[in-house]
Design a protein around this ligand. Structure first.
Ligand code: HPA
Length: 255
C-alpha cells in the first residue's frame, strides 16, 4: 500500500476513489488527521493531510512520529510526501517540481526518533530518499528536476536573507520546514520515502519582495493539477515488490 502526505485536495487525484476514512491512535499521540483510504487503478493508496484538514498544525507542531506510525499500522510500505519549498538554487523558478536527493537538517525541537531508549538504533541515512520511487517518478515527466538538497528549518518563521546565503554556501538548493524528521522516521520504520518538492517562491533575500504565505499557497494551487497527474501516472509504475535498501534499514543498525 502507498501513502501520500500532502495538503488538502490531493484526494481529488484523477481516478482516486475514496473507500474509507480511518482514525488511528498511536503510542505517540494523534496523527495530524484521519487517514483517507482509497485506490488508484489496482493500487491501494492512503492519504494524510500533514497540517490537518483545517490547516491548523504548524510545521514545528506536526506529530511526525504519530503520522509515520499511523501509515505503518495501516500496512503502508511507501510514502510519497508533497512539499512546498522556497527556491535557493538560481536555476529554480516558482512552479518547478524537484525531486530532492539530499537533506540538511536544521530543526531544533522535534522528536527525531522512534528509538529513545532502551533500544538504540542508528539508521544509515546516506541516501535519505528511496531510489526506486525516484526512478519511477523521473521516468514519466522530463520536466521534473532530478536531485537537489533540501534544507529543513525549524520555522514557523521564514528565514533571514543571511540564513539563506549560509544555506546556499553549504550546498542547499531549496528550503522547507517539514522534511525532517519525517523522512528519517520513515526510514526508521523501514518504509520507502519520496519527496515531491514544489518551488512556491524564491527564498528570502533572493526574492525581491517580502515573502507571503499567499504567494506560497497561490503557487501551490497552480501546481496541484500537475502534482496530481504526476502521482496518478507514477503510482502505476512503482513495482509492487520493493528492491531498495529502505526495507532493510534496521539491519546492522541496532547497538
Ligand atoms: N522557506 C521555508 N519554508 C517554505 C518556503 C520558504 O521560503 N516556501 C515554502 N515553504
Amino acid at each position: 500500500m502507498i501513502g501520500v502526505i500532502g495538503g488538502s485536495g490531493l484526494y481529488e487525484i484523477p481516478g482516486f476513489s475514496i473507500i474509507d476514512k480511518i482514525k488511528i491512535e498511536t503510542p505517540y499521540g494523534d496523527p495530524s488527521d484521519v487517514f483517507i483510504m482509497g485506490s488508484i487503478g489496482e493500487r491501494k493508496v492512503v492519504f494524510l493531510s500533514r497540517h490537518g484538514q483545517h490547516h491548523d498544525i504548524p510545521p514545528h507542531r506536526v506529530n511526525y512520529r504519530a503520522n509515520v506510525w499511523g501509515f505503518r499500522t495501516l500496512g503502508v510500505k511507501r510514502i510519497i510526501a508533497v512539499n512546498a519549498v522556497g527556491g535557493i538554487n538560481d536555476r529554480y523558478r516558482p512552479g518547478d517540481i524537484v525531486l530532492p536527493d539530499q537533506i540538511i537538517d536544521f530543526t531544533k525541537t522535534r522528536a527525531q526518533s522512534f528509538y529513545d531508549g532502551p533500544r538504540v538504533v542508528h539508521i544509515d541515512f546516506t541516501e535519505p530518499y528511496c531510489k526506486e520511487m525516484r526512478e519511477a517518478f523521473l521516468s514519466i515527466d522530463e520536466q521534473i528536476i532530478n536531485g537537489g538538497t533540501y534544507v529543513c528549518t525549524e520555522g514557523p518563521r521564514l528565514e533571514t536573507a543571511g540564513e539563506i546565503r549560509f544555506y546556499k554556501s553549504i550546498g542547499a538548493d531549496m528550503v522547507g520546514m517539514t522534511q525532517m524528521p519525517e523522512a528519517a522516521l520513515a526510514r526508521e520504520a523501514t518504509l520507502c520515502y519520496l519527496c515531491i518538492a514544489v518551488i512556491t517562491n524564491y527564498a528570502a533575500g533572493i526574492s525581491r519582495t517580502k515573502l507571503t504565505t499567499t504567494e506560497v499557497v497561490e503557487t501551490m494551487k497552480k501546481s496541484t493539477e500537475r502534482v496530481k497527474q504526476l502521482l496518478s501516472s507514477a503510482i502505476d509504475l512503482i513495482p509492487s515488490e520493493r528492491h531498495c535498501i529502505c526495507k532493510d534499514s534496521l539491519k546492522d543498525a541496532e547497538l
